[in-house]
Design a protein around this ligand. Structure first.
Ligand SMILES: *Cc1c(COP(=O)(O)O)cnc(C)c1O
Length: 394
């Protein structure tokens, strides 16, 4: 089917059809339904200046190119550039769009590694940054300087699930000719499409939901702007941070079930959030599908299908010590740093992902000592709830 079901038809097909078929046709030599892994460093050239589109695997590789077609497809975008990790994508984004003396606006609650990259690496190269509570769009307008080149948002944000209004912020940015990048790792294009809301670039850690099986690390930049895509490609070729063919191949298998997984992650998360909301040892649950979620109207407007993904956070009664006890008592949930996979993963930001911040810095962005981050997996929801219940009571 896929060889006859061409690109033009796929442009109008549903997300699941696109995720399964985009970029892939049965191998013309063997009929193999899955594409081969082009595990090669270089490519024989027919004559000087004559090649089949690939010359060296630091610049491009056919397996990575296939993955990129699928990644662009998830966002209904013009193109994608795949990197070795999510942070390699962030590094390349800043290198491609900023230079010494430029200013970056970053939302105040983002993946910890993003802050560390900006604070300890890019500050050496004369790039300044303002962190703003972007859940109030006026704070972003207020932080714009004459040399602001890029606004970097993460929504929902890690770990407190705080949202930014992408459409409102991109409207302001356009007036000032500033690019907007959105880290869409939590929801993916299945549940949120930043480019359709006006953003210029979507950033992914494909390590998380895109792969979805804890098998690889990877990253990507997705855009409708050919000039930007060319820049990202150029940085990647020079910096040398392209994704490996094996990781690209594994990641494209994960993409086939992305929609199915995100829907089920959302259903499981809603059940777990409802359960935790009623639990006597839990003081607060942060999940956009709950009636008491503070940005419920924005979630309804910005998220697709009325679903909100698999990420949530909750405060336990008893603070730091009780949170650590819960961490050490779970048996089905895995105590680990990462998210977005079939396995439920539980994290204690104060002692793990956000340990480099002071308690005061953490409190300022809503990370209490008893806050637990939960990536709700695809196990049977009742089993996840039973595990959390016994860990909370232990
Ligand atoms: C994990 C993560 C990253 C970084 O990705 P790596 O693949 O670990 O380099 C960036 N943003 C978010 C939201 C993440 O969860």
């Amino acid at each position: 089917m896929s060889s006859r079901y061409n690109r033009k038809k796929l442009a109008h097909a549903g997300v699941a059809t696109r995720n399964i078929h985009l970029g892939v046709v049965p191998d013309p030599v063997t009929g193999a339904i899955l594409p081969p892994i082009y595990q090669t460093a270089t490519y024989a050239q027919e004559a000087v200046g004559v090649n089949k589109g690939h010359t060296y695997s630091r610049s491009s590789n056919p397996t990575v190119t296939t993955l990129e077609a699928k990644l662009a497809g998830i966002e209904y975008a013009l193109g994608a550039v795949a990197f070795a990790t999510g942070l390699a994508a962030t590094t390349s984004l800043i290198m491609a769009t900023m230079k010494q003396g430029d200013h970056l606006i970053c939302s105040d609650v983002v993946f910890g590694g993003t802050v560390r990259l900006i604070e300890t690496i890019f500050n050496r190269y004369g790039i300044s940054v303002s962190y703003v509570d972007a859940s109030n769009s006026a704070n972003v307008s207020g932080a714009i300087q004459a040399n602001t080149k890029l606004i970097f948002l993460e929504t929902p944000a890690n770990p407190t699930v705080k949202l930014n209004d992408i459409a409102a912020i991109t409207q302001v940015a356009k007036k000032h000719n500033i690019l907007v990048a959105v880290d869409n790792t939590y929801l993916t294009g299945v549940l949120q499409r930043p480019l359709e809301l006006g953003a210029d670039i979507v950033l992914y850690s494909t390590t998380k939901y895109i792969d979805g099986h804890n098998a690889t690390v990877g990253g990507a930049l997705v855009s409708n702007n050919q000039g930007l895509l060319t820049e990202f490609d150029y940085v990647r070729k020079n910096v040398g941070n392209i994704q490996s063919p094996m990781d690209a191949w594994l990641t494209m298998q994960g993409i086939k079930t992305l929609e199915l997984r995100l829907i089920q992650h959302s259903h499981n998360a809603q059940k777990v959030a409802d359960f935790l909301s009623q639990h006597p040892l839990v003081s607060k649950v942060y999940y956009p599908g709950l009636a008491n979620f503070s940005q419920r109207e924005l979630a309804a407007r910005q998220h697709i299908k009325g679903l909100h993904g698999g990420m949530m956070a909750f405060d336990v009664i008893g603070g730091y010590d009780h949170a650590v006890k819960v961490m050490n008592s779970v048996v089905l949930c895995t105590l680990a740093e990462s998210l977005g996979a079939t396995e439920s993963i539980i994290t204690h930001p104060s002692s793990m992902t956000h340990v480099m911040m002071s308690p005061e810095q953490r409190a300022a962005i809503g990370i209490q000592d008893g806050l637990i981050r939960l990536s709700v997996g695809l196990e049977t929801a009742e089993d996840i709830m039973a595990d959390l219940d016994q860990a909370l009571r232990s």
